[in-house]
Design a protein around this ligand. Structure first.
Ligand code: BG6
Length: 507
């Protein structure tokens, strides 16, 4: 996080060559090249920088560049600046090859050496795995056999991989073991793109840079916490992947637990990667594992039927999506109640929910404060004093809102609920971002604070393992059980109602 020059401004990343496996794919086009463009525009890439894209297509460097120019020109969030694009384009190169063919790596080695020389960026290589996860281990093995992962002469070699990191605890442990055969943990940068979101990083700033937050951030003041990642989109063209994954695997051990980790962690003693990740790991270890009986009452699954979205669009059921089994038992909605077994969070439930085709596209965290004693108001017209609620809006409309009681003007004591509302946009504008800029820049700087450690990945799978086991042993009998465009299955409401609470209604 701290790569500053003497004027306190972020300085360009160190010289390096970035090698992208899967350069012909969607991630490269939609996220990686636009992020490099934004970094270039902000002056955060060094002159001594080059990209080598690797994929199977037979295309020239010129064709490779032309594809991205078109995307960037169409990409509305960015104002296209010719000069910035030219500076980036002349650093983009392409190396054709089959990821499984050792010959491709010999050719790549030559390409890398050539680019390093032309662009004066010798020694430092950042490999980005923008490929299906089934290829990660194979590519890394072949890179290692070609001695491309060996750090020597002060040059660094780093590898970025994307989720999913396995599909359950065993496969995640196996993947980590395979990676550690060829790389040290400090060479591995595991991306969970939620860690790249400004609002998620802001949770630490909000909690630890303000005097009023931390003293009340515990079981004495907070009654419960809700973490929602709701999506109005369906599974689109990813039916085949999603059939195997489902909402739980796709979102909870990774994105939702990232949010829980930042909300619940203890203050780290610095922004150093080990300090921050240790605190996150500590809180993950404190989350109480669910017993099989708990799963029956504390976890809820759902699958959407056809329905009408809030914009009036009629959408088909999950079972009617391309690549999906017409009898599919895959869940498109999951909610879990977790308890954290430490002093700070004793008896404070954390409710997590996520789903596809819900009534809105929102990610938010609700901190529900406890009620104040009512006694003072017993002889007034006030019938009830609402407890404070703090809402951290992760996306869209990023911001933080605090609702509190205020006196309604007039001769008697009457209360109304009002809001203090901070919107990112009002203060800091709306800079175009893909959410990957900080992550790529940090990886170039060797800063792993916003990347997942092997332990965090395994801890996430460990927490959902009992749910995966019980759900696969007891196939659902009521699917589909919520309408597209609604807020999920009825049982999810019951999960909170049993404790005397309700989900915040998101409009
Ligand atoms: C991905 C999941 O990791 O995150 C997708 O595989 C999901 O299913 C996406 O749609 C959500 O990310 P965001 O940034 O749109 O909230």
């Amino acid at each position: 996080m701290q790569h500053l020059d003497e004027n306190g401004k972020a300085r360009p990343a160190p010289p390096c060559v970035m090698v992208i496996f899967g350069a012909g794919g969607d991630l490269t086009r939609r996220k990686l090249i636009p992020s490099l463009y934004h970094l270039m525009r902000e002056g955060l890439l060094p002159d001594e920088f080059a990209v080598v894209g690797v994929d199977r297509l037979e295309i020239s460097d010129e064709d490779f560049r032309a594809r991205f120019e078109q995307t960037l020109r169409e990409y509305r969030a960015t104002e296209f600046e010719d000069a910035v694009w030219q500076r980036l384009a002349e650093r983009l190169h392409y190396s054709q090859g089959d990821f499984k063919d050792p010959q491709a790596y010999r050719q790549l080695q030559q390409r890398m050496a050539h680019c390093a020389e032309v662009h004066r960026a010798p020694g430092n290589y950042l490999f980005y795995m923008a490929t299906p996860p089934s290829l990660f281990s194979e590519i890394i093995r072949l890179l290692a056999e070609a001695e491309l992962t060996l750090e020597q002469d002060k040059g660094w070699r780093r590898v970025i991989i994307e989720k999913p990191f396995g599909k359950d605890l065993d496969s995640a442990i196996a993947l980590n073991r395979q990676l550690h055969q060829y790389l040290t943990e400090s060479q591995i940068f595991r991306i969970d793109h939620y860690l790249g979101k400004e609002t998620v990083q802001n949770i630490m700033a909000f909690r630890f840079a303000n005097g009023f937050t931390e003293p009340t951030w515990n079981h004495q003041f907070i009654e419960h916490v809700q973490i929602t990642v709701a999506e109005s989109v369906g599974v689109e063209h990813r039916g085949t992947y999603y059939e195997e994954a489902g909402a739980l695997r796709d979102m909870i051990p990774n994105h939702l637990l990232v949010l829980l980790g930042f909300v619940a962690m203890e203050p780290p003693n610095s922004f150093d990667a080990y300090a921050v990740r240790d605190e996150v790991n500590k809180v993950m270890r404190a989350v109480q594992p669910l017993s099989p009986e708990d799963v029956l009452t504390h976890a809820v699954r759902g699958q959407y039927a056809e329905g009408v979205m809030p914009n009036g669009e009629k959408v088909p059921a999950y079972r009617g999506s391309p690549g999906v089994d017409p009898q599919s038992r895959t869940e498109t909605y999951a909610a879990i109640r977790f308890m954290i077994d430490n002093w700070r969070w004793a008896d404070v439930p954390f409710y997590l929910r996520t789903g596809k085709r819900l009534g809105g596209q929102y990610s938010e965290i609700v901190i529900q404060y406890r009620h104040v004693p009512f006694r003072l108001f017993r002889d007034t017209p006030v019938e009830q004093v609402h407890a404070n609620q703090l809402v951290i809006r992760v996306q869209p409309d990023e911001g933080i809102q605090l609702s509190f009681s205020a006196k309604i003007p007039g001769p008697t004591m009457r209360l109304g609920t009002v809001n203090m509302d901070f919107c990112y946009n009002d203060y800091f504008g709306n800079a175009p971002t893909t959410g990957y800029e900080t992550l790529i820049y940090d990886a170039m700087n060797g800063d792993a604070t916003l990347f997942k450690h092997a332990d965090t990945v395994e801890a996430g799978w460990e927490l959902v393992a009992p749910v995966l086991d019980v759900w696969s042993a007891l196939p659902p009998r009521d699917f589909p059980n919520y309408r597209a465009g609604s807020w999920g299955p009825a049982a999810a409401g019951e999960l909170l109602r049993r404790d005397g609470y309700r989900w915040r209604h998101i409009l």
